[in-house]
Design a protein. Sequence first.
Length: 91
Amino acid sequence: MDFLIENGVLIKVIDPEPSVIIPDLVRIIGSEAFLGCENITDVVIPNSVISIEQSAFACCNKIEKITIPDGVKNIDFYAFALCKIYVRLKY
C-alpha cells in the first residue's frame, strides 16, 4: 500500500490493504482520499491528524471500525458518506 502525501495532506491511498494505518506525518486526510476503497475493513488515524475532509472515506462500504483521535478538530460534511461503520473516538 502506498500513500500520496503532499505537505502533510494525504491526497490518495494507492492499492489499499484491508487494514490501514495512516502514517504519522499526515495532518489532513484530503477530500476523496479513500473514495471507493471497498476492501478496507479498519483504519487507524494517527494523533497527528487534525482534519478529515469532505468525502475522505465515502463509499468505503466494508469499513467496520475506524479510530479517530481526539486531536481531530474537523470532520467535513460527507466524510463517511455511504459507510456503515463503528466510529471510535480515542481519548
